[in-house]
Design a protein around this ligand. Sequence first.
Ligand code: GDP
Length: 195
Amino acid sequence: RAAASRASWSSESSGSSGSWEPLYRVVLLGDPGVGKTSLANLFAGVQERDLLEQHGVAAYERTLCVDGEETTLLVMDTWEPEQRGDSWLRNQCLQVGNAYVIVYSITDRGSFESASELRIQLRRARQAEDIPIILVGNKSDLVRRREVSVEEGRACAVVFDCKFIETSAALQHNVAELFEGVVRQIRLRRGGKEA
Ligand code: GDP
């Protein structure tokens, strides 16, 4: 069921041809080490660190059945921090997503602050668009090392007008719920557009 595939920036555009099931690109954003790759691997059903990275862009395609309806997500784990990433790639990441998952680690306040900056960058890059965004506090299993409270995460999501969830990739807690949430957020907007 889980299929991993190499992404190309241009070949798979969401819903471009009517007979095809639409495919939605979900871009993971966040500081290094917060758990983006771990979450992407769980989504893909890959336990080992993925084979695709050696080919370049890491992306995972999978069809989820949510509320009795199937939706295909292409989860892209391609975000690089400013120091390392080239700005073209960063800009592509901000442009191509149909939905965004902004990840921080609850054990790293700096990554929480970066999440806010990413939200601002995203707003700037996609000004008039109403794109689904989920703020994710990962590593919820590391209770003793917590630096960011659940309340702070939730409050930040309110300010930034996005959804919020805490996950643990290590315990596989709330990871399925996260991606189901992404699907629901995409559908909410899709419904709005067609109505
Ligand atoms: P990325 O740089 O954002 O892609 O982060 P990675 O997925 O590579 O994770 C960085 C490190 O954090 C790895 O050692 C992971 O095993 C660990 N990690 C990721 N998610 C969790 C989690 O939910 N809990 C714990 N305890 N460790 C995690």
